[in-house]
Design a protein around this ligand. Structure first.
Ligand code: 5AD
Ligand code: SF4
Length: 587
C-alpha cells in the first residue's frame, strides 16, 4: 500500500490560471516496492530493509515545511559549475548516478527531443550512464506528450509493457525504476502515480534539474514527484548533449512555455508561462555547435517569434511591440527586451555556413523587420511555418487565434512579396467544436489558396483544463472529424505536389544528411525549404578545389538539379559540392 509521507502544496512562481493551485511537490512512501539493491551488495532484500529504515529515520528528522517553502521561492537558475547541496534527508552520494544505466524514450514534438537532451545532460553530470538497450537499463524515462488523447494513450500502452519488464526483473539486479517526464507528468500529476503503481518518478517540464534527487528518493523505494512550473526556468546553462555525434543539424531551445491560450491547446497548462532564454547563452550554444562542425540550427520554442529577452536591463525601455498587420494578442502585450529579429540577426552572424531555421512561430509575430532579415540573409532559410489551424474566421474566433481568415491571407501575400520563393507550411485542426460543413469547406479552400509546401493536419482532440473544454462543446462526431481530416490531407497533398513541382528544372542547394532510407545507392538531404531531396550517390566536382572529384558526405552542401517532385520529396541529380556562400545565386 502507498502511504502518503509528505505532500506539499507549493505555489512557487506560477501565479496564473488554474495551475497556480495545483503546483505540487511530493515525496511518497511506497511500502509496496520490495527489492532494492546496489551494485555492491549481494543481498538486495536485506540492503533494501536497511536502506528503507535508514531513509525513513532520516525523513523523520528531515526537511520541514519551511525548508520546502524556502527552496521553492529561491531563484532557480544555477551555474552548471555550482555543486548542489543535497537536501537534508539525502546524503551527497545518494544524488549520484553510481553508473546506473538510463534508457530515455522520447514522444511528441521537437521540444521533447530537446528536453530529452537536457534531462540527459543533467543526469550525465550526476554520474549516470546512458544505454540504448532497454534490457540493460536500471532507469527508464519516458519524455511524454499530452497534446492529443492519442499521444497519451501511446504512453499508457507503453507503461503496461514496461510493467511486465519491471515485474520480470531478476532479484539479483538493481530494481528497475520508471519515470514519466514532461507534459503528461505535468497534466496528470498524482493520477499517474495512483493509476500506475510501478511509476517511481514524475518530473514536469520545468523540473529536470531535480531528476538526480527524484531518482535518489526512488532508489529507496519511494515514489517521487516534482511538477512545479516556473516563471524563469530556461535551462540556459544546461548544454544539451547531442545524441547523434554524426548529426549535421541541431535544435537550440530559445524559449519555453506559451501565453497565447488558444482555446483547444493544453500547452500553456503543461509547459507554463512564456519565458525566453538570454541571447548570450543562445549564441554561446550556437557557437559551440558551429565549432563542432554542425551545419544547421533550428531555433526552438512553442512560440519562437514572441521571443523577448528581458535579462539585459539596458534594453528594457518601453519599446512598443509590432504585431503582424490585422492580428491581435490574447495576452497582455509586453514591452521592451531583445526581440526575435535581434536574435535571428545575431544567430545568423555566428557562422555564414550554418543554416538557420526556427519553429514553431505564431502568425501574429511577423513584423517587417523579421521578414526583411529572412529575405536578406543567405543562411536564414526561406521557409516559414505559419500555423493557420482553420480557414474559417468563425472557427478562428472560437479558437481565439487573434486573426481572421482575411488577415491571415493578407499576411501570406505580404510574406510572399517580402521573401520571393518562400516555402510555407502550416498546422490545421479538423473538427473543432462547432465546426460546420461550411467552415470545413473554408479550410479546404484556404489549403487550395495558399498551396503550402508542407502541412501537419490533426483531428481535434478535446483536452481537459482548456477553455474549449470548459466553454465549448466537442460536438463534431468522431467519424466526421476523421472524414474531414482525410479530405484535408488529400487536398494538401494535391496542392503540395503542385507547389513542389515548380522546383523541377531548378538547381537547389541541399545539405546532405546521409544515405537514403530506401536505397543505399542514393543520398538524402534537405533543401532550403526543408523538403527532403533524394539523389544518386555519384562523383562530382568540388567548387572550392577545381579539378578534384569528390563524393558527398553528411554535412556537405551540394547543388542538385531537380528532376521530379511529389508532395513530400524531390528527386534530382547532383552537380557539384559547394558552400552556402558560393551558392546564393541559383533558381
Ligand atoms: N487537438 C488537435 N490538435 C491540436 N493541436 C494542438 N492542440 C490540439 C488539440 N487539442 C495541434 C495544433 C498545433 C499543433 C502543434 O498541434 O495544430 O499547432
Ligand atoms: Fe498551443 Fe496556441 Fe500556444 Fe501554439 S500558440 S502552443 S497552439 S496555445
Amino acid at each position: 500500500m502507498h502511504s502518503l509521507q509528505c505532500v506539499l502544496q507549493v505555489q512557487r512562481s506560477l501565479r496564473w490560471g488554474p495551475m497556480a493551485s495545483v503546483s505540487w511537490l511530493s515525496l511518497r512512501m511506497c511500502m509496496a516496492h520490495s527489492s532494492l539493491s546496489s551494485t555492491t551488495c549481494p543481498n538486495p532484500e536485506r540492503q533494501e530493509d536497511g536502506a528503507r529504515k535508514d531513509f525513513s529515520s532520516r525523513l523523520a528528522t528531515g526537511p520541514t515545511l519551511q525548508y520546502f517553502l524556502r527552496s521553492a521561492s529561491a531563484p532557480q537558475e544555477k551555474l552548471s559549475s555550482e555543486v548542489e547541496d543535497p537536501p537534508p534527508y539525502l546524503m551527497m552520494d545518494e544524488l549520484l548516478g553510481r553508473q546506473r544505466k538510463v534508457y530515455l524514450e522520447t514522444y511528441g514534438c521537437q521540444m521533447n527531443v530537446n528536453d530529452t537532451e537536457i534531462a540527459w545532460s543533467i543526469l550525465q553530470k550526476s554520474g549516470y550512464l546512458r544505454t540504448s538497450n532497454l534490457q540493460e537499463a536500471d532507469v527508464i524515462l519516458l519524455v511524454t506528450c499530452s497534446i492529443r488523447e492519442k499521444a497519451e494513450q501511446t504512453i499508457w500502452n507503453r507503461l503496461h509493457q514496461l510493467k511486465a519488464l519491471k515485474t520480470r526483473r531478476l532479484r539479483s539486479r538493481v530494481p528497475l525504476r520508471i519515470g514519466i517526464l514532461g507534459c503528461m507528468a505535468e497534466r496528470l500529476k498524482e493520477e499517474i502515480l495512483n493509476r500506475e503503481k510501478m511509476v517511481d518518478v514524475l518530473a514536469g517540464p520545468d523540473a529536470y534539474r531535480d531528476l538526480p534527487r527524484l531518482l535518489a528518493v526512488a532508489e529507496s523505494g519511494q515514489q517521487a514527484a516534482n511538477v512545479l512550473l516556473s516563471l524563469d526556468e530556461t535551462y540556459a546553462d544546461v548544454m544539451p548533449v547531442q545524441t547523434s555525434p554524426s548529426a549535421t543539424s541541431a535544435f537550440v531551445s530559445i524559449m519555453r512555455g506559451c501565453d497565447n491560450m488558444c482555446t483547444y491547446c493544453i500547452v500553456p497548462f503543461t509547459r507554463g508561462r512564456e519565458r525566453s532564454r538570454p541571447v548570450a547563452s543562445i549564441l554561446e550554444e550556437v557557437r559551440k555547435l558551429s565549432e563542432q562542425g554542425l551545419k544547421e540550427v533550428t531555433l526552438l520554442g512553442q512560440n519562437v517569434n514572441s521571443f523577448r529577452d528581458s535579462s539585459e536591463v539596458q534594453f528594457n525601455s518601453a519599446v512598443s511591440t509590432n504585431l503582424s498587420r490585422g492580428f491581435t494578442a490574447n495576452c497582455k502585450t509586453k514591452q521592451g527586451g531583445l526581440r526575435f529579429a535581434h536574435l535571428l540577426d545575431q544567430v545568423s552572424r555566428v557562422d555564414p555556413e550554418m543554416r538557420i531555421r526556427f519553429t514553431s512561430p505564431h502568425p501574429k509575430d511577423f513584423p517587417d523587420e523579421v521578414l526583411q532579415l529572412i529575405h536578406e540573409r543567405d543562411n536564414i532559410c526561406k521557409q516559414i511555418h505559419l500555423p493557420a489551424q482553420s480557414g474559417s474566421s468563425r472557427v478562428l474566433e472560437a479558437m481565439r487565434r487573434g486573426y481572421s481568415r482575411e488577415a491571415y491571407v493578407a499576411l501570406v501575400h505580404h510574406i510572399r512579396e517580402s521573401i520571393p520563393g518562400v516555402s510555407l507550411s502550416s498546422d490545421f485542426i479538423a473538427g473543432f467544436c462547432g465546426e460546420t460543413e461550411e467552415d470545413h469547406v473554408q479550410t479546404v479552400s484556404l489549403l487550395r489558396e495558399v498551396q503550402y509546401n508542407m502541412g501537419f493536419l490533426f483531428a481535434y482532440s478535446m483536452r481537459q483544463k482548456t477553455r474549449a473544454y470548459h466553454r465549448l462543446k466537442d460536438d463534431v462526431p468522431e467519424e466526421v472529424k476523421l472524414r474531414r481530416l482525410e479530405e484535408l490531407i488529400t487536398v494538401f497533398r494535391e496542392e503540395a505536389t503542385k507547389a513542389n513541382q515548380t522546383a523541377v528544372g531548378c538547381t537547389q542547394l541541399v545539405l546532405v544528411e546521409g544515405l537514403s532510407k530506401r536505397s543505399a545507392a542514393d543520398l538524402c538531404g534537405r533543401n532550403d525549404g526543408n523538403l527532403k531531396v533524394i539523389f544518386p550517390d555519384a562523383e562530382m566536382e568540388d567548387v572550392s578545389n577545381p579539378g578534384l572529384r569528390v563524393r558527398a558526405q553528411p554535412g556537405d552542401y551540394v547543388l542538385v538539379q531537380i528532376t521530379s517532385a511529389g508532395s513530400q520529396t524531390l528527386k534530382g541529380h547532383v552537380l557539384c559540392r559547394t558552400t552556402l556562400k558560393d551558392s546564393s545565386a541559383y533558381c
